[in-house]
Every structure is written in C-alpha cells, then in structure tokens.
Design a protein around this ligand. Sequence first.
Ligand SMILES: C[S@@+](CC[C@H](N)C(=O)[O-])C[C@H]1O[C@@H](n2cnc3c(N)ncnc32)[C@H](O)[C@@H]1O
Length: 315
Amino acid sequence: MPSSTAHVATDRPERYIKQLVSHLGNKATTELSSDGRGTVTLRHGGCVLAPAGDHLRLIATAADTEALAGVQDVVTRHLLRFATREELRVEWTAPLRGDDMQIIDPVVEDYVLTHCTPADELLRDLVNATREATGDAAGMQISHDEGALLTMLVRMIGARRAIEVGVFTGYSALCIARALPADGLLLACDVSEEWTSIALPYWRRAGVADRVDLRIGPALDTLRALPAEPAFDFAFIDADKVNYPAYYEEIVPRLTTGGLIVLDNVFQGGRVFDPAFQEDNQVAMRRMNEIVLGDDRVESVMLPVRDGVTLVRKR
Ligand SMILES: C[S@@+](CC[C@H](N)C(=O)[O-])C[C@H]1O[C@@H](n2cnc3c(N)ncnc32)[C@H](O)[C@@H]1O
C-alpha cells in the first residue's frame, strides 16, 4: 500500500485542515482531533493532515499508486482552492511502500551511533565473535546505541530483577546485566543452546555471569511458570514477534509499579505502517502496538531508535 508525503509551507496550517475536513465531510469520512490533526478517508485511500509549525504535513495512503494519485489530487485541489491569500506549493514525494521506507536517515543514524558512550572492548569482541560464529544471523544482534539505551534505562530506574526474552549471543543481556546491582538477577530466556553458549564467556569476562539465570526453552513456558506476582523491574522483549502480545501479557502482572518493558522491532522495517503487509510477524506487531496504546495499566512512548523501540512503564 503506497504512501507519500508533502510538506506545505504556510503560517496557517490549522485553518486549512479545518476547512478541508469540514468541506470534504460531505463526501468522505473526516475527523478533526483536539490537537488540530485532520483525517480524510476516501473510498480507496486517505490522507492525514497535521499542523507542523510553519508547515502543513500531508500523509496520503492508498490501495495502489493510481488511487494514491487520486487522493493527492483531491487534497491538493481543495487546498489550492482555499488558499486565496497565499500561493501554496503542494509537492508530493514519490510513492513509497512500507519496506522501502528509510526510517532513519543514514547521516543521523551514523551520528547517533558515534555520539553515545562508545562500546568497550568486551562488547566489540562479542560483536566480532557473533559475526564469525553466526554469519547472517548476526543481524539479529541489537545495535550499540540500543544497548547503551538499555544499560541507561536499567540504571535510571534502579532495576534489581530483570527479564530478557530473546538472548541470541548475549549482547543485550550483557548491557542489562552490567547495569544491575551485584545481587541483581537477569532471567534470560531463549530456545537456542547453540547461540546462547556463545554468550557465556563474555558474561563471565564482564563479571556478571552469576546474575544471569539462563533458561533454555520456549519463553512463554518459562514466563508462565513464574509466580504471578510483581517481582521484576525491567523486561526486554526481542524474540519471535508473533508471541510479543503473549509475552507482554505474562510480563505486565509480574512487573513492579514503575517497572519498565522495552519492546524491540516495533516498526518491522516500516512494514507495520503499511497495511499491505499481512505476514504473521507484521500483524502481531501491529496488534502489540495497539494493545500497549489501549492498556490503562501502563504509559508508553515509541522511539524511532533503529527498528523502533517502545518503552512501556507500569503505572
Ligand atoms: C533478535 S534475536 C535476540 C537478539 C538479542 N537480544 C541480542 O541483543 O543479541 C531473537 C532470539 O529469540 C530467540 N527465540 C525465538 N523464538 C523463541 C521462543 N519461542 N522462546 C525463546 N526464545 C526464542 C531466538 O533463538 C533468538 O536468539
């Protein structure tokens, strides 16, 4: 399902949104939210209109490129008609599918990576060992900036007991375990003996092996076997995507008040934004994102870190 965007320079974005929503309300489904954001839903697509300071941001989505051109045309024509006192320029980007989306500009990505506390020798060695031992699967390892984020979050909330779902070769586990106190505990769940065995020497070298309780087996079984009481302060979910909602439902009741769950890969490489992608992983992640949003037990923020990270804090 292609989408395209336009940034229209104007001092009065709110006014145009109101006009468009009100005018198109006769022939389309329209909505104006309290923050001034408008949505127009036509038969084969729709457009979000968002005020952005001195710009009006337009996001059009449709079933195919022809329908997209139709949505663009309806929105552009009406905007130009309403703009009696200024000359608006409405220039749409080329149609983009979810999997074509560049979530973070490479320049920003590189700058971010090189402007957080650098990875130490141990983490660098683990990255190299993972690449040598696992080949292409090494791409599953979290990036250094995400690891630094995990370490900082665990330290900031003063977590003592943590859960990890999806260990692989132990990079994120290392980032979490290091930030726990000496008597802390990381319950680390994975199905693979082969991959997790690579982690052990690195956990030992870091002096955290005694705080990692590695459980080999389906994580859902491990979680369900835990007492249903709030005994954990932190959780990182980074395993099979179809089970994210189930992991989340097992972890929330076991989390202390103020405890944090970090969900990885919530963008699925941009595919969650595009309803044309209906694979199990993508459907499950969309569902996960909606569950968090509608869950009164928690507050959350979604960050465009790498493939998308959601921080969920238990109230
Ligand atoms: C994306 S990797 C985790 C990467 C890791 N967090 C890191 O920093 O390197 C996903 C891991 O989830 C594990 N996994 C997949 N399905 C699982 C399941 N049902 N239960 C537990 N672990 C599972 C895989 O074996 C794999 O090691």
